[in-house]
Design a protein around this ligand. Structure first.
Ligand SMILES: [Zn+2]
Length: 254
């Protein structure tokens, strides 16, 4: 049941025909894991907390640096040198006290990563390195947990959603390589702040839509955003039969 205060608070959202009280209850009962508390995670977490997702878990091992403040909008100047997950959790609690927020102030990997993913209804990959992305993808595939993956560099953004409760290609089908090419991290290639905000907001939007059982035809597609021309393109993804995660011909990669 929603309380009167919750009805008031989420009125503009639950008055949408496709959401209603049942959709808001779905959000209240949901558990979302956000791995990575940078620019993508900042925007996604703020909107998920504001929308009334009942349980948010945020994980990151890094501390806030002054060079993060240009795009990681959940942080304030006073948060510099604090752990990102801890600082983010404090901001989210201040935004919405109805939401249970737990911070994991470390780099999630191994069994802990798998356990946290198995507890979640939806996982947002907001990280910035390919090794962690593959680890998240493998754990989501094994636990059949939906994965909403975002990335951004320079003026370009990408979004891909995978519903592992369905027959679908996986993240490794899309990116089979193990290491990122030099110059493909924000720290050395640069990033336009609103681009990570746009992709993070799309990740939050897709999570809300998944939890409230909206149309899922965007799952299994790759969306590419060019901020210079405000152009979105989409590509249908197909399964790589030699994929070491979902291809079925190999041992599942950890
Ligand atoms: Zn695959």
């Amino acid at each position: 049941m929603l309380t009167d205060r919750e009805f008031m608070r989420y009125n503009r959202q639950l008055s949408l025909d496709d959401i209603g009280e049942s959709g808001q209850l779905n959000l209240k009962q949901s558990h979302v894991l956000i791995v990575g508390c940078g620019g993508l995670g900042s925007s996604a977490a703020l909107f998920l907390a504001a929308s009334g997702v009942g349980r948010l878990v945020v994980a990151d091992g890094d501390d806030v640096d002054s060079s993060n403040l240009q795009r990681q909008i959940v942080f304030r100047e006073v948060d510099q040198d604090s752990n990102k997950a801890t600082a983010m959790a404090e901001q989210l609690k201040q935004l919405n006290s109805h939401v249970s927020v737990r911070a994991i102030p470390k780099h999630l990997d191994g069994m802990q990563l798998q356990m946290e993913i198995s507890l979640a209804d939806v996982v947002l990959d907001c990280t910035d390195n390919i090794e962690t992305r593959h680890a998240i993808n493998g754990a989501c595939f094994r636990t059949k947990t939906p994965l909403i993956s975002g990335s951004a560099i320079g003026w370009q953004g990408q979004l891909a959603c995978f519903d592992y409760q369905q027959d679908t290609p996986c993240y490794r089908c899309l990116y089979a390589f193990e290491h990122m090419a030099p110059g493909t991290k924000c720290s050395d290639a640069g990033i336009m702040g609103p681009v990570v905000g746009i992709i993070g907001n799309y990740q939050a939007l897709q999570a809300i839509k998944f939890i409230t059982k909206q149309d899922r035809s965007q799952f299994g597609k790759l969306f590419l955003f060019d901020a210079q021309y405000l152009d979105w393109r989409s590509l249908n993804l197909s399964r790589d039969p030699s994929c070491t995660v979902c291809g079925g011909e190999h041992e599942i990669a950890l």
